[in-house]
Design a protein around this ligand. Structure first.
Ligand code: ADP
Ligand code: ADP
Length: 224
């Protein structure tokens, strides 16, 4: 059975129907691209999968578990398995905490932190995304956008996820930094067997990454 199984998803904001009956699956280790014009409902789909927004109707199964029926407490067990990377590199990190403490957070939250192994694990995670201990000691605003996006990815990886929801992960970066982040994501895909739901304006990048590409228009998937 698929890792992620979305059926007849509907997301509304008041009277606006942002997602209007969308169904798709993502298998373990698979990358599915999601493209379409601005406002067609890509981010709303991502937010629903991440349980950041309750859908109006439909089903979202992750690892066979129906998420829309779960309470906040039960969702806490699922959240580490499906992690987001958003457009704004600074937005997903808290501005006043050092990078290394933020990368450590998921380890602590999941009871995988100890004084003996924690700091080494954080250094490994930072190294995996091309950062070092010196970067780890800084605050988000003391890093470039690209470095900060790397830190956010390290934090996402700390949960040991199976699927990353990438919502325009390079759109806010300087063009010079985009290739570096895309290469990092490709490397993680290959070396860690990670699956992605990959939302990106850069069609060439989406095609390069994805096993399949879904196209959305006005809240629906179109035949592509
Ligand atoms: P993009 O098209 O690149 O996804 P948008 O400008 O549509 O970016 O959305 C940027 C952010 O603003 C998103 O978090 C989205 O949820 C929010 N947003 C978009 N449209 C509205 C709206 N009409 N009212 C409130 N928030 C919105
Ligand atoms: P995309 O990611 O494809 O640009 P979005 O999911 O951000 O599309 O937006 C889909 C539709 O929902 C748009 O009409 C947008 O204006 C609307 N929308 C998105 N977020 C909000 C929000 N927080 N409040 C109200 N409307 C929103």
């Amino acid at each position: 059975s698929p890792l992620l199984d979305v059926r007849e998803l509907v997301v509304r904001y008041g009277r606006t129907t942002a997602v209007d009956g969308v169904s798709f699956q993502v298998d373990a280790g698979e990358t599915v691209g999601l493209i379409g014009p601005s406002g067609c409902g890509k981010s709303s789909t991502a937010a629903a999968v991440l349980q950041l927004r309750r859908p109006h109707s439909g089903e979202i199964r992750f690892g066979g578990v129906e998420l829309t029926a779960l309470g906040e407490r039960e969702l806490r067990a699922v959240r580490p398995r499906v992690q987001p990377v958003f457009q704004d590199p600074y937005g997903s990190l808290s501005p006043r905490r050092r990078i290394r403490d933020q990368v450590a957070e998921p380890l602590r939250a999941q009871g995988r932190w100890s004084a003996a192994t924690g700091p080494g694990r954080v250094r490994e995670l930072l190294a995996l995304v091309g950062l070092d201990g010196e970067h780890g000691g800084r605050l988000p605003h003391e890093l470039s956008g690209g470095q900060c996006q790397r830190a956010g990815i390290a934090r996402a990886l700390a949960s040991d996820p199976e699927l990353l929801i990438l919502d325009e992960p390079v759109s806010a970066l300087d063009p010079s930094m985009r290739a570096g982040i895309l290469n990092l994501l490709l490397e993680l895909q290959e070396t860690r067997g990670l699956g992605y739901l990959f939302i990106c304006h850069d069609l060439a990048a989406v095609r390069h990454f994805s096993d399949r590409v879904l196209t959305m228009r006005e809240g629906r998937l179109t035949a592509s």
